[in-house]
Ligand binder design. Structure first.
Ligand code: DSN
Length: 474
């Protein structure tokens, strides 16, 4: 065969040789992830097998369209009857725009079936769940849902971003907030919990076309049945965005919205611990058709099949006992972390948690002039000590830059093997750092800039404690 200069690039050359700079940066990142304690609740470690699928040759192809309708309804065992499926593929036309999708069809429909089985309940069978695995991310999945069920200008209700919603649930700076008439709901000022009476009142007054429930920092499980009743009263579509807790949902540690919500979206890289992608579910065929149209060709072009292959693998793992145990421990660790932080004297926004995340309310930590610690300097100093978190607005905050909270979650550390004793140690280190920060601010060009100082020795000690903890985790 003729020697082609480019071929060694395709088949032989390693990253380190082709692009040493990128390789070096990846190595730095790998080191960072190993040496730091990562408490971002929306992040998790993607297993090796999932990453193998992600880096597979499915990255090379286009597959605009959807798998053969028949395959999307088949049982997994029948789907894997390669001879039978391939003979159909050869004989009939299909819903793909290009040829060369015979194996792509297996990948996509397997991912769909595995997901349907994971979400099925004694009342809702897997065969009654329609699954779209093509959304490239949570925000695009959500955009597709708006597109499927609303027209620009329609009224949509969602939780305000500042108390725990998501950008795509109607934030002014997001396409959702610009294109639709948004009615935001919050939490009860005193209990900091969802106030269903208020939500119901708002829904009846504004008659939204769609109600969104599902949160990124609100740490308590919602009452899906109550949301369903509210939506039904005003004829709204109930849209459950369970991007954060999807892994908890399929293992029974968070209530399952299937059967209550008209449409469900979730990302596959948070508690599902898979690749960066998203999924849309519904139990209604007509709605499923609208969703499919809205995703492709409405919102996206070709699906990322390597991602879909990785989703399929992630859901194979998600049906194992190991995954169940992991999710159980994620929630258990979060409970211990919350209780330990409270014992250390810190206040939790929303009063606690029964999920995988919590938010520390920093407003009680004050400087000399009464200025409270803000999330930005708190997260920055924690990061210097080796603990990665994010600043977060909490009920009462009005300006994102002045967020008074930091959000913590346990998926990543639990995957690394941490248990109750590590949570207690972490709580102590975090509390020591936070309570020793002296908050202050200065006026920037357009706004107040929050800052904080910490005694160098205290920070050094915290760094050593984190290092030791990381070493013990292994
Ligand atoms: N950025 C995600 C989170 O951290 O919750 C939401 O999209």
């Amino acid at each position: 065969m003729k020697e082609v200069e480019y071929r060694d690039l395709i088949y032989q050359k390693e990253l380190a040789e082709v692009d040493p700079d990128i390789k070096r940066i990846i190595d730095f990142e790998e080191k960072r992830q190993k040496e730091k304690i990562i408490l971002i609740p929306s992040e998790s470690i993607c297993p090796k097998a999932v990453r193998e699928a992600l880096g597979s040759c499915f990255t090379n192809i286009y597959a605009e369209g959807y798998p053969a309708l028949r395959m999307t309804r088949e049982e997994e065992k029948e789907l894997l009857n390669f001879d039978r499926q391939l003979s159909y593929y050869q004989r009939y036309s299909n819903r793909r725009f290009y040829r060369g999708c015979e194996y792509a069809d297996f990948i996509e429909s397997l991912a769909q079936r595995r997901i349907a089985r994971s979400f099925a309940t004694p009342k809702i069978k897997a065969g009654d769940i329609f699954v779209n695995v093509q959304p490239l991310s949570g925000a695009t999945a959500n955009n597709s849902v708006y597109e499927a069920f609303c027209k620009p200008g329609d009224t949509v209700m969602g939780m305000s971003l500042s108390v725990g919603g998501h950008l795509s649930h109607g934030s002014k700076v997001n396409r959702s907030g610009k294109r639709y008439q948004i009615v935001s709901y919050g939490v009860d000022a005193k209990s900091e919990r969802l106030d269903y009476e208020e939500i119901e009142g708002l829904a009846l007054r504004h008659k939204p076309k769609m109600i969104i429930a599902g949160y990124t920092s609100y740490p308590w499980t919602p009452d899906w049945e109550r949301f369903h009743k509210i939506a039904a009263q005003c004829g709204a579509i109930l849209f459950a965005d369970i991007s954060h807790p999807a892994g908890l949902v399929i293992t029974g540690f968070y209530p399952n919205p299937i059967g209550y919500a008209d449409v469900i979206t979730f990302t596959t890289h948070k508690t599902i611990c898979g690749p960066r992608a998203a999924v849309i579910l519904t139990t209604d065929q007509e709605k499923a058709e609208r969703i499919d149209q809205a995703v492709f060709p409405g919102e996206q072009g070709g699906p990322h099949l390597n991602n879909i292959a990785a989703i399929a693998v992630a859901f194979k793992i998600a049906r194992t006992r190991k995954f169940f145990n992991l999710q159980k421990k994620i929630v258990g660790n979060c409970k211990v972390l919350a209780e330990s932080l409270q014992k250390e004297g810190l206040k939790l926004a929303y009063g606690g948690t029964n999920t995988h995340l919590l938010v520390i309310d920093l407003r009680n930590i004050k400087g000399k002039n009464g200025y409270s610690l803000k999330g930005e300097p708190a997260a920055r100093i924690l990061d210097l000590a080796g603990i990665v978190t994010n600043k977060n607005t909490i009920p009462g905050d009005t300006v994102t830059a002045q967020a008074s909270g930091i959000r913590l979650g346990t998926p990543w550390v639990t995957q690394r093997g941490c248990g109750a004793s590590e949570m207690k140690k972490l709580a102590r280190i975090i509390a020591t750092i936070l309570t020793n920060i002296k908050p202050f601010s200065y006026l920037g060009l357009s706004e107040e800039i929050p800052r904080g100082k910490i005694d160098f020795k205290i920070l050094q000690r915290a760094k050593e404690d984190v290092k030791k903890l990381v070493k013990d985790i292994g």
